[in-house]
Write a protein that binds this ligand. Structure first.
Ligand SMILES: Nc1nc2c(ncn2[C@@H]2O[C@H](COP(=O)(O)OP(=O)(O)OP(=O)(O)O)[C@@H](O)[C@H]2O)c(=O)[nH]1
Ligand SMILES: [Zn+2]
Length: 323
């Protein structure tokens, strides 16, 4: 709760673009804020302490305050990175669940799926894989591609937004209730349809927010935080941590994994990790060593060929990015 005797007010970052953020107050008011120091870039999901930009605004009616300065970012439970051709950048914090939204068509990339899972495991996010468009004829083939992920313990849901949106809602509601869920998926899988189904009207806020953030310039890449459900309908105006939220990161291509060491991979890939204790050498890379439990399991088919290939590719990639 905000008390005007405190030095700063608490808020939640619901959108950001560089050092410029939109902060939401516990009362639900949204206002543009700027981070103070160069190094203190807040991201969507950050809990921040902010104060009104203009002297004298404090103590005035809350409605009079129209701009703020972020003084401090609360410690984060987790922080996620996204990667494009040029750089890796943090984009969201304090999330609970990663919903990986893929479809029968366009056929999903297993390598992108594996990367997303590793990123989520590395920050202790709960994970849910969702296969959409099961009304299409290729459904069985894609189900089979996901079988190794079911076998290694991941939750894999399926359905068709087009033919039965209610069933998707029923599957997702209890998993998302009271949590902050990041939804990610390749273009064309139906993510926009999903966001519209779960948060009707939410996309309309986007124009408003991007206008406030960068004076009208179109931002397709900014991450946004949506509340699901009516504020008033929820008991006693619960705090940021108790409400159901959906985080959408349009234009997201790939998770940044460069902060990871190759040796961390087995612990973040359950099927690889399961056999990593069977190796002759304690520091086995599982790429070429004799007596390797992982290689043996891959030969027996207990680790799928594609998963082993993805492991080897990532091992090399993460090894190269060290300097
Ligand atoms: N057959 C079928 N089509 C679906 C289903 N769900 C969504 N679609 C269609 O898939 C197409 C893509 O859906 P969008 O929601 O625009 O997909 P998106 O992932 O947001 O794609 P981008 O906007 O390109 O990022 C649309 O034509 C939808 O009508 C489904 O369950 N089955
Ligand atoms: Zn090994």
């Amino acid at each position: 709760m905000t008390t005007h005797s405190a030095a700063t007010d608490i808020g939640l970052v619901v959108a950001n673009h560089g050092r410029h953020c939109i902060v939401e107050t516990p009362e639900g008011k949204r206002l543009p804020c700027t981070a103070r120091g160069k190094k203190s870039e807040a991201v969507v999901g950050d809990r921040v302490h902010w104060r009104p930009t203009h002297e004298g605004a404090r103590g005035a009616e809350a409605g009079d305050v129209d701009e703020g300065v972020i003084e401090k970012i609360e410690p984060r439970r987790n922080l996620l990175y996204r990667q494009d051709e040029f750089k890796t950048k943090s984009f969201a914090a304090n999330l609970d669940l990663l919903l990986i939204w893929i479809a029968v068509e366009p056929v999903f990339s297993e390598s992108q799926l594996a990367r997303a899972l590793i990123a989520a495991e590395s920050v202790n996010l709960d994970i849910c894989i969702a296969l959409n468009k099961t009304d299409l004829p290729g459904a069985q083939a894609q189900r089979e591609r996901l079988a190794p992920y079911v076998a290694m313990g991941y939750t894999v849901l399926e359905g068709t937004l087009k033919k039965d949106a209610a069933s998707w809602r029923a599957q997702l509601d209890s998993r998302m209730a009271g949590r902050a869920t990041l939804v990610l998926g390749p273009s064309g899988a139906g993510k926009s349809t999903l966001v519209n189904a779960l948060a009707p009207g939410a996309r309309a806020q986007v124009g408003e927010i991007s206008q406030a953030l960068n004076s009208g310039r179109h931002t397709t890449t900014s991450t946004l935080w949506y509340w699901l459900g009516e504020r008033d309908a929820e008991a006693g105006n619960p705090g940021f941590d108790q409400r159901t939220a959906l985080i959408d990161s349009p234009g997201f291509q790939e998770f940044g994994l460069r902060q990871l060491e190759p040796a961390q991979l087995p612990a973040l890939m359950p099927d690889i990790g399961e056999h990593a204790g069977d190796c002759k050498f304690y520091n086995c890379s599982h790429l070429h060593e004799p007596g390797c439990g992982v290689i043996a399991a891959a030969k027996r088919g207990q680790i799928s060929a594609s998963r082993y290939r993805i492991y080897a590719e990532l091992h090399q990639e993460l090894g190269q990015s060290r300097y």
